[in-house]
Design a protein around this ligand. Structure first.
Ligand code: T46
Length: 135
């Protein structure tokens, strides 16, 4: 699956409101090992600014909105997230940045691995060198 792919979750609507669900093994293309979330993000803040060697993730805007900038070393796209019934797949070897958080935005991330700092590349030139080396 390519980074930036949109994964739609089931959405059950009725007069009481909407309900979406995510089942391990069905809706996410990896075993979910970790869940984390970003919240209380101050206006103008930017997050991300790194790539991963192995980690796969799905990013969901549980509340509010923000932009996800994805860069494969050749081209860069911006994906705006603003609904909680879909997620964006983020695979390895993708430089990602996050900005334009709305007030009250909550970003939920489902991850394939526990937190491992050595899986991060936090320098953009280092990222370009790394992906050139694995091609
Ligand atoms: C990603 C984007 C979308 C932990 O101790 N455990 C964790 O599970 C995470 C995610 C972070 N941390 C620590 C590591 C740093 O000391 O929390 C601190 C902030 O992490 P970071 O600067 O990496 O946060 P973001 O928002 O820039 O990036 C995060 C994820 O780290 C990253 O994998 O893809 O969200």
């Amino acid at each position: 699956m390519k980074s930036g792919y949109k994964i739609e979750f089931p959405k059950i609507t009725d007069s009481r409101g909407n309900l979406s669900f995510i089942e391990g093994g069905h809706h996410i293309p990896f075993h979910i090992k970790r869940v984390y979330y970003l919240y209380d993000v101050p206006g103008g803040a930017e997050r991300g600014g790194h790539s991963h060697k192995e980690l796969q993730q799905v990013v969901i805007a549980m509340s509010g909105s923000f932009d996800l900038i994805l860069d494969d070393g050749t081209s860069r796209i911006t994906v705006s997230l603003n609904r909680s019934h879909y997620g964006i797949y983020l695979g390895p070897n993708t430089w990602r940045e996050m900005d334009n958080f709305s007030s009250g935005a909550v970003c939920l991330v489902l991850a394939s691995e526990n937190y491992i700092e050595s899986d991060y590349i936090r320098d953009y030139n280092g990222f370009l060198e790394y992906i050139a080396g694995i091609k």
